[in-house]
Design a protein around this ligand. Structure first.
Ligand code: PLP
Length: 191
């Protein structure tokens, strides 16, 4: 699958509208309200000038995977209304940096799964079951119990399986040059 690169505000507006309508359709198939699903555009590797266009097109929450890159963007785009989420593995020595500017941290599961859709869907289902169980047994610990699952290749399935947050990068911004293995240690994967 290739993802066209957004280079203008109009491109971003179109990509975002497309993702939102796909999220809405997936939610409807599952008997859910589209408003239950938060879209978190992931801007990693995208330079600041293009991130600005995305913000103009209405992205006010952005996800980043690397603390240094996120801190740099937070600084250089401080004039914009954006909250930053750090998604992925967090090194202990970076936790303080993240707390200084990010509004949210989403840890990454480390289950290796093929992007084979059926297996991915099973994992989504399992996560939802675990979340529901934790709500019963540890309601204080789990809080609102958001389920962040689904990326560009599988967010529609994730919404059908109960995701409350989808983290979508390439579908909004365009194809990334860096392989996913750069972001996830080879022994782990994501759901
Ligand atoms: C990059 C990344 C995403 C988004 O992936 P896309 O393929 O660009 O949609 C989602 N979650 C995490 C943790 C990521 O690092």
């Amino acid at each position: 699958m290739t993802y066209p690169t957004a280079r203008t505000v109009q491109d971003f507006t179109r990509h975002l509208a497309d993702v939102r309508s796909r999220v809405a359709a997936a939610a409807e198939r599952a008997g859910r309200a589209a408003s239950e699903v938060r879209l978190l555009p992931v801007s990693k590797t995208v330079p600041e000038d293009r991130v600005r266009l995305a913000v103009q097109a209405g992205c006010h929450e952005l996800g980043e995977n690397k603390v240094q890159e996120a801190a740099r963007k937070h600084r250089e785009l401080a004039d914009l209304d954006v909250s930053w989420s750090i998604i992925g593995h967090l090194q202990r020595n970076k936790a303080r940096d993240v707390a200084a500017f990010a509004t949210e941290f989403q840890a990454l599961d480390s289950r290796r799964i093929a992007p084979d859709t059926a297996r991915v869907r099973e994992c989504f289902r399992l996560l939802r079951t675990l979340r529901d169980r934790a709500r019963q047994t540890d309601p204080d610990l789990i809080g609102p119990g958001e389920l962040s699952m689904g990326m560009s290749g599988d967010y529609e399935a994730a919404v059908e399986e109960g995701a409350t947050v989808v983290r979508v990068g390439q579908t909004v911004f365009g194809q990334r040059a860096t392989p996913d293995s750069y972001y996830w240690p080879p022994t782990s994967s994501r759901v």
